[in-house]
Design a protein around this ligand. Structure first.
Ligand code: FE2
Length: 383
């Protein structure tokens, strides 16, 4: 058996057999229910489980993404809608500024079908640190990311607003191999196809209610199991199967959707005349993979630090929230670096941006000292 394949090897019957599996709720003791073969979780249950049996909770979610249907929803992950609304307003301001300066929104959709913010993570941190901190202080985002990717994950985020009448996407898989042509994907050995799905996690925060008529994402549970899927999603037979079997779940503002990037999915058609469907898409990368977007994490650290310091001093930000914001913003991994100028302090791994930020906030460094340390760290990592 060859460890390489091409698009001539795909088999829609084999795909259908994998996708046609039931979900056994008993395998997911923390889940609340199964709707259209998607596991639905309650935010409080997950948070409590993370405190009582963190490993068990992480293991259940990893199992879901790898062996199970590959997709989950957390209801009311942001119970305070005002937090979501303030971040939505930040996004709208960024969209307005970019529209005025002629930024071409989306290279992946027809003009006018949507409004897009690339790298909404860094832009939001620089535009409005206060809104960023209260939003990303939500520990659920990092918990779910860690369940799939382990620690030191690298968050990126993109906002997508699908305007009334905006058309559905073609079904596809996501980054890494989902962004390559069939010809390029075929050059990668099949174990790397499998690995591709372990290198990122796709998430979305619903910023508006998303009833079915607004076109929430179409999803095909279990489709991440098909080994040749990165060579198959452009095939008409697979598109037809997706069209017949994909499911769509209405979401509410503040809900989270997370799925394996190898899951076949497609944004739906917004059939309304007046509802703008807004999601903050989280693409979270393993420490071991190259993220899709460059993010200037030093700039983010500098933008967030003064306010985080103030909020910690005033008791407005707790330890858990601080850790969550650091995990979603600063770089958590020591490598790549310049080992001539950035030797490890202890062990074998040089200090990370996350460790520096944690140390500085823990010791309440004043802003100038922190800024200097960030500049030293940045410079010594360069080759
Ligand atoms: Fe996608």
């Amino acid at each position: 058996m060859s460890l390489f394949a091409t698009s001539r090897d795909i088999d829609v019957q084999a795909f259908a057999a994998l996708c046609d599996q039931p979900v056994n709720l008993a395998h997911y003791p923390l889940a609340q229910e199964v709707v259209s073969r998607v596991l639905i979780y309650d935010a409080d249950t997950l948070s409590t489980a993370a405190r009582q049996d963190r490993q068990g909770m992480l293991s259940e979610l990893h199992h879901l993404f790898r062996d199970g249907p590959g997709v989950m929803v957390v209801r009311s992950a942001f119970p305070d809608h005002a937090v979501v609304d303030r971040q939505s307003e930040v996004f709208r301001q960024i969209i307005a500024v970019e529209a005025e300066s002629g930024v071409r929104a989306d290279h992946f959709a027809k003009a006018g079908a949507n409004q897009r913010i690339w790298n909404s993570l860094q832009k939001a941190a620089e535009h409005s640190p206060d809104s960023f901190i209260e939003y990303y202080a939500n520990p659920l985002l990092g918990l779910i990311a860690e369940a799939w990717l382990g620690p030191y994950f690298q968050a990126t985020a993109q906002v997508n607003v699908v305007t009334p009448g905006g058309q559905a996407q073609q079904p596809h898989r996501d980054y890494h191999l989902g962004f390559q042509s069939d010809e390029v994907a075929a050059r990668f050995p099949l174990p790397m196809h499998r690995l591709s799905q372990h290198l990122t996690l796709q998430g979305a925060v619903a910023h508006t209610d998303m009833p079915l008529e607004t076109g929430p994402t179409l999803l095909l549970p279990f489709s991440q199991h098909y080994e040749l899927g990165y060579l198959a999603w452009r095939d008409q037979g697979f598109i037809d199967y997706f069209t017949r079997h994909a499911i769509q779940l209405p979401l509410n503002k503040g809900d989270l959707l997370f799925f394996n990037p190898a899951l076949f999915h497609a944004a739906g058609t917004n059939r309304t005349t007046d509802q703008f469907r807004m999601a903050n898409l989280l693409q979270i990368s393993s420490a071991f993979g190259k993220p899709m977007e460059t993010v200037n994490r030093e700039k983010m650290m500098l933008a967030l630090y003064p306010l985080m310091l103030k909020q910690l001093e005033q008791g407005e930000l707790d330890e858990e929230g601080m850790q969550a914001v650091i995990a979603m913003s600063a770089d958590g991994y020591s490598f790549p670096t310049n080992l001539d100028t950035d030797p490890p302090l202890h062990g074998m791994a040089p200090q990370t941006g996350q460790q520096l930020m944690e140390l500085a906030l823990g010791e309440r460094w004043e802003v100038g000292r922190f800024a200097e340390a960030v500049e030293v760290m940045r410079a010594k990592r360069l080759a």
